[in-house]
Design a protein around this ligand. Structure first.
Ligand code: AHG
Ligand code: MN
Ligand code: MN
Length: 335
């Protein structure tokens, strides 16, 4: 019965009651939810309101910004400052920490990728937003990036919004993963995907194969074995996907399993990888682990990497546990 579904607001209130919280967490989640609904609306209006093309500006990563990168960033900064819960924020689109004025009591730090997969906007393919929430360490200066440089295991909440054929919000507070679908007419997210779990085994992998010439031996070995199918050492046929929106890839893995790789390779290794640790890899790793999957650099559990820079990049391998462990074993064997 669809009308018997519970809203994300009620889900959060229930969590708050269970944990005996003060309401601060529910309030800050509410601001993120509003921001995601607003970004969803803008993504949906697309070219009608000039949200396609390029903005003509370049971000800290040296990437051309799209109008929606800029707009989504502004929406996140504005909406999440209102509740006074955050001491500071950090974004893919901002070089430095964004201090929240007038929130001297803010106890949390927010990191976000306001629009992930933005090369897909103009071609109307799924994009998303990713967020990660940390506690402001006792006595730390929230205006300094140092306060943010905590390993992923310290996250208190992580989530993403997927602006796909429907808009969804998926989140974890360290007690499993739940998915909510936006009902646009009602203006609310409803719980549609309780207790999302990733099957330990899979026959599907995702990697940008145009980079095959740069791959390290363990990744090449893994992909070659998948491609060899029934006749190869894996004795089964594999399927491959590459959307170029990490949010969409992780969502597919949460729904039906799979493994996603943006590994270190000969071309990106001097930068540390492609994906950003603090607002892409860490939140997605938290979600994937909470759903029973695993996330690694190939050589180390991702959430244990000690960050040294707000925008640092990292190799990412995540998804179905047995495949991720196999990839880790291949890395160990390669030395
Ligand atoms: P963003 O749009 O936030 O810069 O992130 C894009 C990321 C990620 O979502 C995706 O998996 C990857 O970059 C795609 O990279 P390629 O274009 O190299 O395939
Ligand atoms: Mn991204
Ligand atoms: Mn982005």
């Amino acid at each position: 019965m669809p009308y018997k579904r519970i809203t994300l607001t009620h889900f959060l209130l229930e969590e708050q009651r269970r944990l005996g919280g003060t309401g601060a967490f529910t309030s800050l989640m509410h601001d993120i939810i509003t921001a995601c609904k607003m970004v969803s609306h803008e993504v949906n209006r697309g070219a009608l309101v000039g949200n396609h093309g390029i903005a003509g500006t370049v971000n800290v990563q040296g990437e051309d910004q799209k109008p929606l990168d800029v707009l989504a960033n502004d929406i996140f900064l504005h909406m999440n400052a209102l509740g006074g819960n955050y001491a500071a924020m950090a974004s893919e689109e901002l070089e430095d920490v964004h201090s929240v004025k007038g929130s001297a009591d803010g106890k949390y730090l927010l990191l976000f990728d306001p629009l992930d997969g933005s090369s897909n906007i103009d071609v109307n393919i799924s994009v998303g937003s990713i967020f990660s929430i940390l506690k402001l360490p006792e006595g730390a200066d929230p205006t300094s990036a140092d306060a943010f440089l905590q390993p992923g295991v310290k996250q208190v909440c992580a989530g993403y919004a997927l602006y796909g054929s429907s808009t969804m919000l998926v989140l974890t507070t360290g007690k499993g993963v739940n998915g909510f679908t936006l009902d646009r007419d009602v203006g609310m997210f409803f719980l549609t995907h309780p207790d999302m779990t990733i099957p330990a085994d899979t026959k599907e992998f995702a990697i940008n194969a145009s980079r095959a010439r740069f791959w390290e031996p363990p990744v090449k070995r893994y992909v070659d074995e998948c491609l060899a199918g029934k006749e190869g050492p894996r004795e089964k046929d594999f399927n491959m996907r590459w959307i170029a929106s990490m949010v969409a890839e992780v969502h597919r893995i949460l729904v039906r399993g799979g493994v996603f790789m943006y590994p270190a390779d000969a071309e990106n290794t001097k930068k540390g990888g492609k994906l950003r640790l603090m607002y892409e890899a860490n939140p997605m790793s938290f979600i994937v682990e909470q759903a029973g999957g695993a996330a690694t650099t190939g050589r180390q559990r991702l959430m244990e990497v000690q960050p040294t820079n707000l925008h640092q990049r990292v190799p990412v391998i995540l998804g179905s546990r047995n495949e991720v462990e196999r990839l880790e074993a291949y890395h160990r064997e390669a030395g």
